[in-house]
Design a protein around this ligand. Sequence first.
Ligand SMILES: [Zn+2]
Length: 175
Amino acid sequence: MTWIFKRCPNCGADGVEWVGDRFWRCPSCRFEYFHNVAAAAGVIVDSGGGVLLFERTREPSRGLLSLPGGFVDPGERAEDAAMRECREELGWTPSSLSFLATFPNRYEWDGVPYSTCDIFFSTRAEGMRVSELRMDETEGRSPVIVPFMEINYARLAFESTRRALRLYTELQWRI
Ligand SMILES: [Zn+2]
């Protein structure tokens, strides 16, 4: 991943090293910059038999299906990030959240691959009507409720989402 930073952000020297899949180190001034795991939150909105999915309208994985979710901001609780992302992406905010599990993911943005810790929550879709959602179309479109037994896992955007939905489905139906 050394090609991402061609020069040291501290002293400007060439030859920055990518060390241990974790940090960059400058051989000239010894400056180190850690590319830490980023936290993200995702929400399984359960209609009582189905999950809310929508089509991503941005990269990565544009055109594939996603849960509402996104990166946790600095200083923000993951629970609050999950609520905020639902509000921003769907125009609907859950009344409560239940923690499900975390799964690792890889997410590429502007050519930079990020390793993420995706934190999944579930909520009931009480009072939510898909036809009344106000999707942020820079994020997604075509929201739909998909019955848990009919999820097309190959069309999901991220491996972490596959694992979260499989786990949730197993827990609900003990399959
Ligand atoms: Zn340097």
